[in-house]
Ligand binder design. Structure first.
Ligand code: NAD
Ligand code: ZN
Length: 253
């Protein structure tokens, strides 16, 4: 079944969630747009000045860390000031209701944890820690904020935020855990991701192959919509999640 548009989609989605439970959410940059953090695609805000293709690769970082750190310090500044929106809070509530078992996020903004989600798999790492590219010593980011950029380790080498740059592998525990969640879930809720960035984009396919029902929340159609989405709730994450949660609270099942 694939359904789009129309009033009843929220009721249908809520009924699937309430009856199957055992749901997992996969989130991308779109869920945090309404918290003031721009996605790469759609070129708004800081990404008009910092092209991710130029700034977000590990090659660029190693070649010119000072240049990439200019973008990173602006990004960290944005992240520490951002707060969760109703979409993050809705997922945390769904976990408390016993419907959602985990969130797999491609984001590095920590907003799911701030909203109260307990089981969060950070697919692309977390910038709250910095790691030395030479001796692997770790530092809390806050300790180094305000220092000269690029920040340096006691050993003298450059520190890198503990996030996955383009060209770097996904931390294997996050990869393993996400694949397990994708295989074992009964419903996958895909929120605010274009599903274009590999290998995270493989998660919906794994879930589908193992029998999961796919609900997508996105104002746009994505490469998943036609192929594997069962219900597309077309809209911004905060509004769509608020409406879905209201339907769930009012007892969809
Ligand atoms: P992406 O490929 O996941 O695309 C963003 C998606 O969000 C698009 O499909 C778009 O239609 C959708 N979207 C836009 N506004 C939305 C809204 N209000 N509600 C719901 N959906 C909305 O993300 P990207 O920006 O191309 O980033 C690629 C990688 O970089 C991903 O891993 C991403 O998570 C990461 N990134 C993270 C952050 C963050 O941590 N907040 C910000 C930028 C990029
Ligand atoms: Zn070091």
């Amino acid at each position: 079944m694939r359904a789009r548009g129309g009033k009843d989609l929220y009721r249908q989605a809520a009924e699937v969630l309430a009856s199957r439970r055992n749901a997992v959410a996969l989130t991308g940059a779109g869920i945090s747009v309404e918290s003031g953090i721009p996605a790469f695609r759609g070129s708004q805000g800081m990404w008009e000045r910092f092209d991710p293709a130029e700034y977000a690769t590990i090659g660029a970082f190693l070649e010119n860390p000072a240049k990439v750190w200019e973008m990173l310090s602006e990004m960290l500044d944005l992240l520490v000031r951002a707060s969760p929106n109703p979409a993050h809070r809705g997922l945390a509530e769904m976990e408390r209701m016993g419907i959602l078992r985990s969130v797999i996020t491609q984001n590095v903004d920590g907003l799911h944890q701030s909203a109260g989600s307990r089981k969060v798999i950070e697919y692309h790492g977390n910038p709250l820690e910095l790691v030395c590219i030479h001796c692997w010593k770790r530092y809390p980011s806050l300790e180094k904020i305000g220092e000269r950029i690029p920040p340096r380790c006691a050993c003298g080498k450059i520190l890198k935020p503990d996030i996955v740059f383009f060209g770097e592998p996904i931390p294997w525990i996050a990869q393993e855990d996400s694949e397990t969640e994708a295989r074992e879930c009964s419903v996958l809720l895909v929120v605010g991701t274009s599903a274009q960035v590999m290998p995270a984009s493989g998660i919906p396919r794994i879930a589908k192959e193992h029998g999961a029902f796919i609900i997508e929340i996105n104002p746009e159609e994505t490469s998943l919509t036609e192929k594997i989405t069962d219900i597309h709730l077309q809209g911004r994450a905060s509004l769509a999640m608020e409406r879905l949660m209201e339907t769930l609270r009012n007892g969809a099942a």
